[in-house]
Each structure stands twice: as structure tokens, then as C-alpha cells.
Design a protein around this ligand. Structure first.
Ligand code: AP5
Ligand code: MG
Length: 233
């Protein structure tokens, strides 16, 4: 396989590429925000990019809308082009935390090839694991900041001022695809391709699994410890 690899040499050209993988509600966005603050890397989330495109009324957003509303994956040709453009932007010059991409083996191969072309590869793939039964309840209580994408939870992770984002004060909202029927569709349709992506990176020996049922700071600690340990191995 091209582009994937492990160990301290994995962050070529001083650029770290870290992947967060997990089903709907596993905590990818939550952990990406914490890791971004800790590691100083940009957080690139494919779902956030699609939602921003929808709010902007762009053609890309319109093309993605129907798939997202049904809980389907947006087709690879749309997704890969959008994501690679963001990965090539100056904001990602030090590296990036990838949240929600790649989600199919075709996307993973495209990412691997793009990175290999730049003499780079993925440093580590973190799989956040949570039993399916817990996910529907988690997502039902989620509220997100439409401006910066930070997720909150009505009971567990409430903002300091009810209804407002701690980071930028924007009123929080509920995502359209967080209705329980769409969440169930997302789980039914998106877990199998996610497992194939994990298998793809398992073959390169770069996947690390963390228990996503632990409290949020404990999950963050487990991820950061693994990144340090992997670099030392
Ligand atoms: P996307 O936005 O990526 O949605 P998702 O993968 O379904 O994941 P979520 O954002 O719903 O969950 P999360 O893991 O980020 O959890 P969070 O941290 O918010 O994608 C949306 C749609 O876009 C897709 O359905 C698809 O249509 C399309 N799309 C996106 N990427 C694509 C791609 N690459 N290819 C094709 N289509 C694509 O946490 C959830 C809640 O739990 C929060 O309330 C949080 O506070 C709480 N929580 C988090 N961690 C914990 C914890 N440890 N304990 C208790 N509560 C916790
Ligand atoms: Mg998310």
C-alpha cells in the first residue's frame, strides 16, 4: 500500500497526518477539537465541510444534501475532490487531524496516493470504539456550533452559557441528520465501509483502537499517549 506507514518517520516534511475513525456519535469531532488545541494541527472534518457548503448554498452543498438527508455516504468523486483541496491549503501546512475522511477504501487509496506523491504518509489511525446501542442516545442529545463545528451535549458536555458556543458565542443548533431515523440509517449504511477502511489501514499496522465509552478527557489522554508511545517505538 502506498502512503501509509508507522513510526517517527511518518510525519515527513514536518507534516503530521492523523486520522480519527468511528461511527456516528463515537466522538471524532469532540476528540479532534481537543487534539487540535493540544497538537496545533488543523481539524479537517468532511461532515463539517459539507454542512458549511450547504449553508453557503454552493453547488457542492446541493449535490451532497440528498445523500446526507438519507444517511448515505456522499459519492467518492464529490468527497475526494473537496477534501483534497482542503488538505492542500496553507492552513494544513503543519499537518491535519482528519475527521470523517476517508470513509471508503476508494477515499483511503486516494488519500494514500496524494500523500505519497508529496513524500508523506499517515502517522496513525485512531479508531474510537463505542457500542452501537450507546450511539443513538448520544446523538439525540447533541448540539453543535454551526460556526466552528464544536459538538456539545445537553447532559454531558453542556456549554458554560446554555445554548451558546464556548469558543465563539454562536447559538448552538441540532443537526438535521441527528433525527433518530437518519441516525439509524447512517449506522446501517456507514459502518460496513468504515470497517473496510480500518482493515485497509490494519494491513499497514497503523491502527490503534481506543475505548470511546470512557469520559471525554480520558479518551483524549488515551489518544495523546498512544501518539507519544508510537513515536517512541
Ligand atoms: P459527519 O458529520 O462526519 O457525521 P458522523 O461520522 O456520522 O459522525 P458525527 O459527527 O455524527 O459524530 P462524531 O463521531 O463526530 O461525534 P461527536 O464528537 O459529535 O458526516 C455527516 C454526513 O456527511 C454523513 O452521514 C455523510 O452523508 C456525509 N459525509 C461525511 N464525510 C463523508 C465522507 N468521507 N464520504 C462520504 N460522505 C461523507 O460526539 C457525539 C455526541 O457525543 C456529542 O454530543 C458529544 O458531546 C458526545 N460525546 C463525545 N464523546 C463522548 C464520550 N466519551 N462520552 C460521552 N459523550 C460523548
Ligand atoms: Mg463529527
Amino acid at each position: 500500500m502506498t502512503g501509509a506507514g508507522r513510526g517517527p518517520t511518518a510525519s515527513q516534511n514536518g507534516r503530521r497526518i492523523l486520522l480519527l475513525v468511528g461511527p456516528v456519535g463515537a466522538g471524532k469531532g469532540t476528540q479532534a477539537v481537543a487534539m487540535s488545541a493540544e497538537l496545533g494541527l488543523v481539524h479537517l472534518a468532511s461532515g463539517n465541510l459539507f454542512r458549511q457548503a450547504l449553508r453557503d448554498g454552493s453547488e457542492l452543498g446541493e449535490r451532497a444534501r440528498a445523500y446526507m438527508e438519507r444517511g448515505d455516504l456522499v459519492p467518492d468523486d464529490i468527497t475526494i475532490g473537496m477534501f483534497m483541496e482542503k488538505l492542500a491549503a496553507p492552513a494544513a501546512s503543519k499537518g491535519a487531524i482528519l475527521d470523517g475522511f476517508p470513509r471508503t477504501v476508494t477515499q483511503a487509496q486516494a488519500l494514500d496516493a496524494t500523500l505519497a506523491g508529496r513524500g508523506q504518509r499517515i502517522e496513525r489511525v485512531i479508531s474510537i470504539e463505542v457500542p452501537i446501542e450507546e450511539l443513538v442516545a448520544r446523538v439525540a442529545g447533541r448540539r453543535v456550533c454551526p460556526a466552528c463545528g464544536t459538538p456539545y451535549h445537553l447532559s454531558g458536555e453542556a456549554p458554560s452559557i446554555p445554548g451558546l458556543c464556548d469558543r465563539d458565542g454562536t447559538p448552538l443548533m441540532q443537526r438535521d441528520d441527528d433525527r433518530s431515523d437518519v441516525v439509524r440509517a447512517r449506522l446501517a449504511k456507514q459502518v460496513a465501509p468504515m470497517l473496510e477502511v480500518l482493515e485497509h489501514y490494519d494491513r499497514a499496522g497503523i491502527v490503534h483502537r481506543v475505548d470511546g465509552t470512557l469520559p471525554i478527557p480520558a479518551v483524549t489522554r488515551a489518544i495523546l499517549d498512544e501518539l507519544t508511545d508510537a513515536a517512541d517505538r
